[in-house]
Design a binder for this molecule. Sequence first.
Ligand SMILES: Cc1cc2nc3c(=O)[nH]c(=O)nc-3n(C[C@H](O)[C@H](O)[C@H](O)COP(=O)(O)O)c2cc1C
Length: 169
Amino acid sequence: MPDLSHVSQPDLRRALGQFATGIAVVTARHEGRSVGMTISSFTSLSMEPPLVLWSLRDNARSRAVFEAAQGFAISVLSESQSGIAAHFARGHADPFADVETIAAASGLPLIAGALAHFDCRTDRIYDGGDHRILIGRVSALSVDEGRPLVFFASRFSHGVVPMEVASHA
Ligand SMILES: Cc1cc2nc3c(=O)[nH]c(=O)nc-3n(C[C@H](O)[C@H](O)[C@H](O)COP(=O)(O)O)c2cc1C
């Protein structure tokens, strides 16, 4: 393994890109302003209590809304939703104008047709280098069948084929 005393950003990105993730859109609202953002940092944290987390880059334009909002809503995208992922990776004056949404119990917008939805109350926010780590307590959810949109090696992929694995439960 090469010397890692000087980790360059391109090397770090390339190595982290080998870790395949799903893709989600996170939404929030504060004082009438609704925001939505494509994220790959969404992950599970705790079963009891039910907690999830994601990280928000410090220089995101929507940062103030995500930090001030009481909660956030997560939509886990399906393999047919790469267009939605690309849409919410760019800043928009009215991000939900041309996107089909449904309302979470909290009233936050969720992406229609997503594989899973999580309605979350913000539990804690931590510093994490050039990102903030937002932890949410899940207050409602929904699950649908389908195949996920995957982010791998800086690209969207689909075609995840489930295989049998020994259960560790
Ligand atoms: C595949 C993918 C994953 C991303 N994951 C994150 C993430 O986990 N956290 C984050 O802050 N930005 C992430 N981004 C960048 C945001 O989507 C993008 O900066 C944001 O939508 C712009 O929002 P802004 O208008 O608030 O600056 C990701 C972008 C892409 C394409």
